[in-house]
Design a protein around this ligand. Structure first.
Ligand SMILES: [Zn+2]
Length: 57
């Protein structure tokens, strides 16, 4: 089974579903290829790593 699942919402690369494995990441209805997903996760990680600035009252 090799089904066209859609295209990456970032770069437009075609993403296929092969058996139970998706050739990308589907998150909240948005399809991303692994490359773009990796970039997204890296950005999120960096955002999480940043120390939160405490507002002093
Ligand atoms: Zn992509």
């Amino acid at each position: 089974m090799h089904e066209y699942a859609g295209e990456c919402s970032k770069c437009g690369k075609m993403i296929f579903q092969v058996n139970v494995f998706l050739d990308g990441v589907s998150e909240r209805g948005t399809l991303l290829c692994y490359e773009c997903a990796a970039k997204e996760f890296k950005q999120n990680e960096e955002r999480l790593k940043k120390p939160q600035t405490r507002r002093e009252s």
